[in-house]
Ligand binder design. Structure first.
Ligand code: CTP
Length: 404
């Protein structure tokens, strides 16, 4: 959707500048032209070389650079882009923008532009909450600038609170809304989705449990991608170390039984994506007290019972079945064959089948190679980051509803 658009990205001084490198990558992945301006503060955190390498463009730094001015004057820089993005926007740069100061290249461009401007603030929480910053923010909003974030959370300075720069993909979402309009950027607006993610823990006794290696990366990325397309998303998540995706309602659970109960509570929905690695079995009769060795040297025997199948339960609902039910098939051999039979057996519409065998690095890794199995056939997707798989799946889901 952003292909062929041009962004002028202004990177000012703040530790969040490292996230701007990823933002450049995300935009380039989408076929967007990115030209960057680095303030003196920004250059303390990221180097012009890394910015130039990722953007594949010269980096502009000095207002009085004869070379920069002769090749691309600051007026042209400010007018040639479709959108100016300031990320991170420091408290200092926001103050300059609100006051209309123009004492370096970034602030001069921002004063000279006739293009929309998106600001992604990043600073310490006290600085963000300071009346001066809030006054400047109000002025910028009154001037028609758009603001994304900041989010809440752990800040690099060790404090906790508001001030964290929005994640690169949230900024991409805000850029899409601005450049192509909310309707096109949010095709799933008005749709409700349930996503399961992560492993489940099945208790043996109060201190021990059965689990698996799922990290929750793929499921969380899908929840985030659906939310970016405007869906109202409920994420039912087993124990994991992923940050809660922005704009998603998260229900943390432990066991398969709790995951099923949370999904049933979250129904009705238009979309269900079951990406969790649900434990197939739980221990029959979980011990109420910690199990002790009995001195015989013999290990205890654990009897297992089968867990409810959440995907099959949702896929085979008689009333209130979501319009689109998507499951995953984690396989170590005959990936597509097993995926196809799982699709029919569990009553779901699509299966995302992937090879999780030893050596693939999928469990816990950042990349995934998947096959999308539908009633129409099998699509073999190239190896992509889990975020890219999530984006592509969310877009396919949006296309499915658009075609209805
Ligand atoms: N699933 C589920 N509830 C379960 C088991 C699996 O919702 N109790 C879902 C998963 O979230 C996934 C799909 O079913 O979307 C397939 O999971 P997978 O582990 O690949 O298959 P299993 O059903 O466990 O079958 P098998 O272990 O025999 O491959």
């Amino acid at each position: 959707m952003l292909s062929g658009k041009n962004i002028l990205l202004i990177i000012s001084g703040g530790i969040a500048a490292y996230k701007s490198l990823d933002l450049i990558r995300r935009l380039k992945e989408r076929g967007t032209g990115v030209r960057c301006v680095l303030t003196a503060g920004g250059a303390q955190f990221v180097t012009p070389l890394s910015v130039a390498a990722l953007s594949e463009e010269a980096v502009f730094q000095g207002l009085f650079s004869l070379k920069d001015e002769s090749e691309m004057g600051h007026i042209r820089l400010s007018r040639e882009a479709d959108l100016l993005v300031v990320a991170p926007a420091s408290a200092d740069l926001m103050a300059k923008m609100a006051a209309g100061l123009a004492d370096d290249l970034a602030s001069t461009i921002l004063l000279a532009t006739d293009k929309p401007v998106l600001v992604a603030p990043a600073m310490n929480t006290r600085m963000w909450e300071h009346p001066a910053t809030q006054r400047n923010l109000a002025t910028l909003l009154e001037d028609g600038l758009r603001v994304v974030g900041p989010g809440q959370g752990d800040l690099a300075c060790g404090e906790v609170g508001a001030g964290r720069m929005s994640e690169p993909l949230e900024i991409v979402g805000a850029i899409e809304s601005l450049l192509i309009g909310d309707a096109a950027a949010a095709p799933l607006k008005g749709r409700r989705a349930i996503v399961t993610s992560g492993p489940t823990y099945e208790a043996i006794d109060p201190v021990r449990f059965l689990a698996n290696r799922s990290s929750g990366k793929q499921g969380h990325a899908i929840a985030a991608a659906l939310a970016r397309l405007g869906a109202e998303v409920v994420l039912v998540a087993g124990p994991n170390n992923q940050p809660d995706p922005a704009g998603v309602m998260v229900h943390d659970i432990e066991s398969a039984a709790q995951m099923l109960a949370a999904c049933e509570t979250a129904l009705p929905a238009d979309i269900a994506v079951c990406a969790a690695a649900v434990a197939d079995w739980r221990v029959a009769g979980e011990a109420e007290q910690k199990m002790k060795k009995d001195g015989s040297g013999r290990p205890p025997s654990l009897a297992l019972v089968e867990n409810p199948d959440i995907l099959a339960t949702i896929g085979q609902l008689n009333g209130g079945r979501p319009g689109l039910v998507v499951g995953f098939a984690a396989e170590t051999e005959k990936v597509v064959d097993h995926g196809q039979s799982k699709r029919t057996r569990k009553g779901c519409d699509w299966i995302v089948a992937n090879d999780v065998g030893t050596g693939t690095g999928v469990m816990g890794g950042d990349e995934n190679t998947v096959h999308l199995i539908t009633a129409q056939g099998v699509e073999n997707w190239p190896t992509m980051s889990k975020d890219a798989v999530a984006d592509a799946l969310a877009r396919r889901i949006a296309d499915h509803f658009a075609a209805e």
